[in-house]
Design a protein around this ligand. Structure first.
Ligand code: 4AD
Ligand code: MG
Length: 461
């Protein structure tokens, strides 16, 4: 017999006879002649109430022993609930104790701190909050693919193993099959010609360079996959392994790029509000009371467009002390980003045209010569959620930029080729998927939206 999902049962309009459900017991309480079991199978936030009567043959032997966390299988009928609080309940005709959770099971019925739950990341999806967070993670992935497919974008799988440092920030995880106890050397240096690929190799920090090649063939493309950064910063918005969504569009300038970023964030937020309402309500009640207001505000109003030079002026005139002072030429810190979006504009802000000296080689140099056609989308509670740019399509300018940023051009021969052979205007951006999840749930630490987070010094699970 096929098992039915509890989510499916709870949506029914009609009763249902002789069904099978399986799940984990959240609580059990007994009356004289019945046990009431709250059962959850992970398919939705809500539990279903199971009524097990003392007339069941294993009532004394099994049912009265069932503990929180135990796994059970129930056959029975879906009937209108006699008690208040729920529409349906399941009257058990048979209840099998699949597996008893000992009373050392850490998730007893009480609230646990996020810090504690991080130490049991393998069990935390069995709680309401983390179950909801990871269902949302799945739904949001789907919404992203749907958003792009509706607009005719093609999904590209870009390599995880790469030889290039796209962002030029040197935050690369090296990969090697060399014997670290006996590394081959050549004139004192590690001889990487003897390594697996015959040269140095890394985990990718971004799929952008590959995505550009495909945009210049298929038009509008996107990647959505894991990326890696060996940033040794222990903040609540950085992880060493995270997922990035990277659209890339041929024949598109910076304004078109900004429009797509806004559309995407707004459509996804509308999707979550409509299609994930039950899970979202949990976050609005228990995690961030301002969540629904924030989401409605983001979904309904245009994002501010603000040149970097003006952003610096606004921050300097803020009349507020920041840990890091700003001047034209310095990068914005999270505190400045949050000031702009939360305090000054009360809306998402797209800062664009950043100084060329603080941005990677591939961004298009503006006519002023001082700035590049970069854009960052800043949102309340988080700061930067999207980073992108129009790409430098002029070969000579690109080569000069590589030299200026100290890059060797030779390994990028293939990238430069794309500028040699019918180069066209194109643009794209990267959206941090976990930051989008933080935005939509109000969860304030990136470690709590990743199933098994990787951060400096932490790789259990
Ligand atoms: O601004 P970033 O570094 O941009 C790029 O990597 C470009 N190559 C993207 C592109 O144009 N195709 O990163 C993009 C986004 C950031 O805005 C942020 O949301 C997220 O990726 N991000 C991180 N998320 C979690 N942990 C980290 N360590 C992150 N670093 C960046
Ligand atoms: Mg960035």
């Amino acid at each position: 017999m096929q098992r039915t999902k509890i989510a499916h049962l709870l949506q029914r309009e009609e009763p249902l006879a002789d069904l099978l459900i399986k799940g984990w017991v959240r609580t059990r309480r007994d009356s004289k002649t019945f046990s009431f079991i709250e059962l959850n199978d992970g398919s939705c936030l809500k539990n279903i109430q199971v009524i097990a009567a003392e007339t069941l043959p294993n009532y004394a032997e099994d049912i009265r022993r069932i503990t929180t966390g135990s796994a059970v299988a129930v056959r029975g009928d879906l009937v209108p609930s006699q008690g208040g609080g729920q529409r349906w309940e399941v009257k058990a005709s048979q209840l099998v104790l699949v597996s008893l959770a000992p009373d050392t099971f850490p998730l007893q019925k009480k609230r646990h701190t996020d810090e504690f739950l991080r130490t049991i990341a393998h069990l935390r999806p069995r709680t309401n909050k983390y179950g909801a967070a990871f269902r949302l993670r799945s739904e949001l992935s789907y919404a992203i693919h749907r958003f792009f497919r509706d607009r005719g974008f093609r999904y590209i799988h870009t390599p995880v193993i790469t030889a290039s440092d796209c962002e030029g920030a040197g935050e690369l995880f090296r990969i090697t099959t060399l014997d670290l106890k006996d590394v081959p050397r050549n004139q004192g240096k590690v001889d990487t010609s003897q390594d697996f690929f015959g040269r140095e190799a890394y985990l990718t920090v971004s799929g952008q360079l590959s995505a550009e090649m495909f945009a210049l063939a298929l038009g509008d493309v996107y990647t959505f996959g894991p990326t890696f950064r060996a940033e040794n910063s222990n903040t609540r918005r950085h992880a060493a392994e995270f997922w990035m969504v990277e659209p890339e569009m041929a024949f598109c300038d910076l304004a078109g790029n900004m429009a797509l970023a806004q559309d995407m964030i707004q459509e996804i937020i509308r999707f979550v509000m409509k299609d994930c309402a039950e899970d979202l309500e949990l976050f609005a009640r228990f995690v961030d009371k301002t969540l629904m207001g924030t989401l409605e505000n983001i979904a309904s109003s245009d994002f501010v467009r603000l040149p970097y030079t003006q952003a610096i002026e606004i921050i300097k005139q803020a009349g507020q002390r920041f840990e890091y002072p700003v001047e034209w030429g310095t990068d914005l810190q999270t505190e400045h980003e949050r000031f702009l979006t939360e305090t000054h504009f009360h809306a998402p802000v797209i800062v664009y045209d950043y100084p060329r000296a603080i941005k990677p080689f591939y961004m298009r140099v503006n006519d002023d010569g001082r700035t590049v056609a970069a854009m960052d989308v800043l949102v309340p509670g988080i700061g930067e959620i999207v980073g992108g740019s129009q790409r430098e399509e002029r070969l000579e300018v690109l080569e000069a930029r590589m030299a200026e940023t100290g890059m060797r051009a030779e390994p990028y021969w293939w990238y430069l080729d794309s500028r040699r052979y019918a180069s066209v205007e194109h643009s794209g951006f990267g959206l941090g998927f976990e930051r989008l999840l933080m935005l939509t749930t109000g969860i304030s630490n990136i470690r709590d939206v990743i199933p098994f987070p990787r951060t400096p010094g932490s790789i259990d699970f």
